[in-house]
Design a protein around this ligand. Sequence first.
Ligand code: DGY
Length: 428
Amino acid sequence: MSSSLDELAVEVLRTNDRGGYTVPTARLYPYQWNWDSAFIALGLATYDRKRAWQEIQFLFEGQWENGMVPSIIFRRNDPDYFPGPETWQCNDCKVLSTGISQPPVAASVARSLVESGDQFDREFAEKLFDAFYGWHKWYHEERKPDNCPIVATVHPWETGRDNCPDWELGLNNMTVDPELEAYTRMDTVHADANERPSKEQYDKYLTIVKFGRDHNWDQKTLTNEGPFLMADPCIHFILLRADRDLLWLAEQFGKSNYIDEIKGWIDEGVKGSEYLWNPKIKAYCARDVKTGEFSDGFSNASALSFYAGVGSESQMADTIRNMQRVQSKVKFMMPSWDPDAEDFEPQRYWCGPVWPQMNYMISIGLKEHGFDRMADNIRNDYAALIEQSGFFECFNSVTGEGCIGKQFSWTAALWLAWISPRKNAIAA
Ligand code: DGY
């Protein structure tokens, strides 16, 4: 079974290869996506290390002068996708792109490749070190609002957790720009509308894009004056983990000039995590920076605290208790939204399905903190989902059916890097 799944997984990555970069899936997402490519590199590395590093290099070809690595790199205009480069109008960058970023996993992936590799991997990672550093610095400076102790986000798309109910607080506090141009969605042409965000959500997503465009993509203005500003456990915990991995890389490569600054980011990130602790549900939750209000659901991003290495003993115990509660309500861990919440929908994108890359990071963090049983459940559920349904973008957490994109690259890549018995020792 596994070896034929290995072959199918490699086939998915080959089919989605566009020459130097890999699309998440044909038609629905026809460009290079930021965190997708980082996870894809882990899978590619199981059979072609040169191609794995090329995936990361191509992503950083889209890096802006200010250090930001955009969420999508548009190498050509593809009518299958909306909103494309003509909507974003980010024309000052080297390669056309969006004007927002995504969770910064690349430095953590680079560390995994160096730890499992040889001199070849060290040379690539060292060449890319300044690019990783520049991106982290951009997050710490341009996405750090004045009134918030941690980085925040300006757009649900930047978090990668597009329509998670976490964002309803921020979206409810903004209005749709009355001058928003009429538009035609393409995602609902390629995927079931019941599994995708609503029209109201899209109007708001595009209102934020319009704000960025109208302000010439000045990132500080977007952060401090934009229509939406929330703190996200997904970005915060992934950045904190990636800062720790960047520090490790700096030490490996003798980059002593960077060490104090990176340590400062880590200290700030650990202390700032308290900002996300929601005493009502006893978990790390998203929070609206404008109002201070917490989101009251336990998401799969809440469970990334272990991956970031934060939380007192009692906060860890509370987080595990929340995970056990969630586990008792679904068949497959770890749903993207709280099954006790009214707006839980096990098939709709970030409102309840299981996401491969999230399970991967959550499980690594749990293992590192000695929660082996929960870590193994999360890994085994992901393996069972693939065996039941194939390489989908995400999976219904109650039935296990595959949702949205088929032949999905990060699902195939993490199968190869994390689950397959034949994997190289590159991941947990
Ligand atoms: C989409 O188009 O759904 C993407 O998630 C935006 O990045």
